[in-house]
Design a protein around this ligand. Structure first.
Ligand code: PLP
Length: 327
């Protein structure tokens, strides 16, 4: 899953790395993402487009449309018949998200008259789990059962695709022919509440621009929300909400410097944040404070902002210098 620019990490670099590691099936959300990805990874691997696209709208990028409703099925089947050539596609069956995918009535219509699928070369039948990150949630088993039931009523043949990252940890009932992991590839914990089985892949360091001494009673940042209670050293760091360092982290996060945690103080501004580095004398201008890293994972940062690691990664801005390292 490399939608949203590979969860904010850069699909142009992540895509080829996954291809070189053996990935043969890629998913994006928008057709334009698919076109860009095709240029990055070249011909060969499948690139499926979750949001679908109109027949022919993929140019020569050879994208695989996900059909999310009967109108999509009809449009692609009609185009295939016009061209006299079967159209490869993925049929998405909604089993509990009520988001995209053929709904129950549409599934019924196709099961009653499978000729509606004529002209389509269905490569996969897919569904998407709503609660895979909550293993005990009853909707998981219900979705697996509904998917099995509807697949059994459709023309036999296509392999199936069910699990996202968390779904891959739900057990054999959720195994299918093709999993669609996203967050786990990028170090987010697919098993919330249990130890993260994945390695961290993202590190974000931001430069210290200045360090200043302030006196008791002095305040820091917009709204003067933080007041020094002792003579303090304040490090001003070049990152802000315009860089995806969420404003909701104001007064709630910390940075790391050589294994030492330093508290974020005051509000996050657009381009700057401040840390109380009174107890970290090693922090000096020209140095860097780690905002996301092994001791400050995307999940942990997200929890402090009241969100999820996905949002932290996909918010990462485009002013950072990005380095991609083989491990
Ligand atoms: C985003 C997405 C995934 C990947 O989900 P993760 O939780 O990141 O693994 C899989 N399938 C669909 C349909 C998606 O939209």
């Amino acid at each position: 899953m490399v939608k949203a620019d590979a969860y904010g990490l850069g699909a142009a670099r992540v895509g080829p790395a996954l291809r070189d590691a053996g990935c043969r099936h890629f998913f994006v959300a928008h057709p334009a993402e698919g076109v860009t990805l095709r240029a990055a990874i070249g011909p060969g691997p499948v690139i499926a487009v979750l949001n679908g696209f109109a027949p022919g709208a993929d140019g020569d990028a050879e994208l695989l449309p996900v059909l999310n409703g009967l109108p999509d099925v009809e449009a692609h089947a009609a185009a295939a018949r016009r061209r006299g050539r079967a159209t490869p596609a993925i049929l998405h069956l909604d089993t509990g998200m009520s988001r995209l995918g053929l709904d129950v009535r549409e599934q019924e219509a196709v099961a009653a008259d499978p000729s509606r699928l004529d002209g389509l070369d269905l490569r996969w039948l897919m569904t998407h789990l709503a609660c895979a990150d909550e293993p005990e949630h009853p909707l998981n088993a219900a979705q697996a059962a509904r998917f099995a039931a509807v697949c059994a009523r459709l023309p036999a043949g296509p392999p199936r695709s069910v699990a996202n990252s968390s779904g891959m940890f739900l057990g054999p009932a959720f195994a299918s022919d093709l999993a669609r992991p996203g967050c786990a590839l990028y170090g987010i914990n697919p098993t919330p509440g249990r130890p993260n089985p994945m390695r961290q892949v993202v590190r974000l360091d931001a430069p210290v621009l200045q360090v200043r001494e302030i006196a008791p009673g002095d305040t820091v940042g917009y709204g003067a929300t933080w007041t020094a209670e002792r003579p303090s050293r304040v490090a001003t760091v070049a990152a802000g909400y315009a860089d995806g360092y969420l404003r909701a982290l104001s007064g709630r996060a910390s940075g790391d410097f050589a294994g030492q945690s330093v508290p974020l103080i005051g509000r996050v501004s657009m381009d700057l944040i401040a840390f109380d580095v009174t107890d970290a004398p090693g922090i000096v201008p020209g140095g860097a404070i780690c905002l996301i890293g092994p001791d400050n994972t995307p999940d942990a940062v997200a929890a402090r902002a009241g969100t999820i690691g996905y949002e932290v990664l996909t918010s990462l801005g485009n002013r950072y210098r990005r380095e991609y390292r083989a491990t």
